[in-house]
Write a protein that binds this ligand. Structure first.
Ligand code: AMP
Length: 184
């Protein structure tokens, strides 16, 4: 059963690697950032509510994102596995996810911590040039990552679910390291 949660700072390569692994395993890649960006583009009520937070590099309120994930994980195509990319991002979201997975009988998961130093992720994000990749917004996203999301590393380590992969190498190098880490 393939169920992975990708943790790591913005710019660590979570999206790229999650996509590769999801395609290889024929399971959905669920990126809360992608879902929110699509909602924003379509100007749905969710998108309208989320926009200001995203533009500033802040987290969208837990309840909004949790509802989104609950709806997605209740869809039939996620029964045989999934990769979560960008969720959970707070301890509250992690607790929510843990009870949701229990309800769905999907508690068997692995958490990949894709790590890379700040200077590496900042220069990658500046090159990528997404709307929220302006330097001041990047700095804020990193601060938010450190204060709200990084505590999840300990949270999952204590549950012995954590696998660490070095994201400070070429995309191909990361894929190789990732595949080795999850098969062991
Ligand atoms: P990402 O594509 O994962 O870098 O996410 C882009 C932006 O979407 C973040 O900076 C947040 O504003 C928002 N976002 C994505 N996932 C979450 C989440 N799990 N909780 C709160 N906000 C999120």
């Amino acid at each position: 059963m393939t169920r992975f949660i990708f943790l790591g700072p913005p710019g660590a390569g979570k999206g790229t690697q999650a996509k590769i692994l999801a395609d290889d395993s024929h399971i959905p890649h669920i990126s809360t950032g992608d879902i929110l960006r699509a909602a924003l583009k379509e100007k749905t009520p969710l998108g309208v509510k989320a926009q200001g937070y995203m533009d500033r590099g802040e987290l969208v309120p837990d309840d909004l994102v949790q509802d989104m994930v609950k709806e997605r994980l209740n869809q039939d195509e996620t029964k045989s596995g999934w990769i979560l990319d960008g969720f959970p991002r707070t301890v509250k979201q992690a607790t929510f996810l843990s009870s949701l997975l229990q309800e769905l009988n999907q508690s068997q998961v692995k958490v990949i911590n894709l790590d890379a130093p700040d200077n590496v992720v900042v220069s990658r994000l500046l090159e990528r040039g997404r709307k929220d990749d302006a330097e001041d917004v990047i700095r804020r996203r990193l601060e938010v990552y450190r204060s709200d999301t990084a505590p999840l590393i300990d949270y999952y380590q204590q549950q012995k679910l954590l696998v660490v992969v070095n994201g400070d190498q070429s995309p191909e190098g990361v894929t190789t390291a990732l595949k080795a880490a999850i098969s062991s």
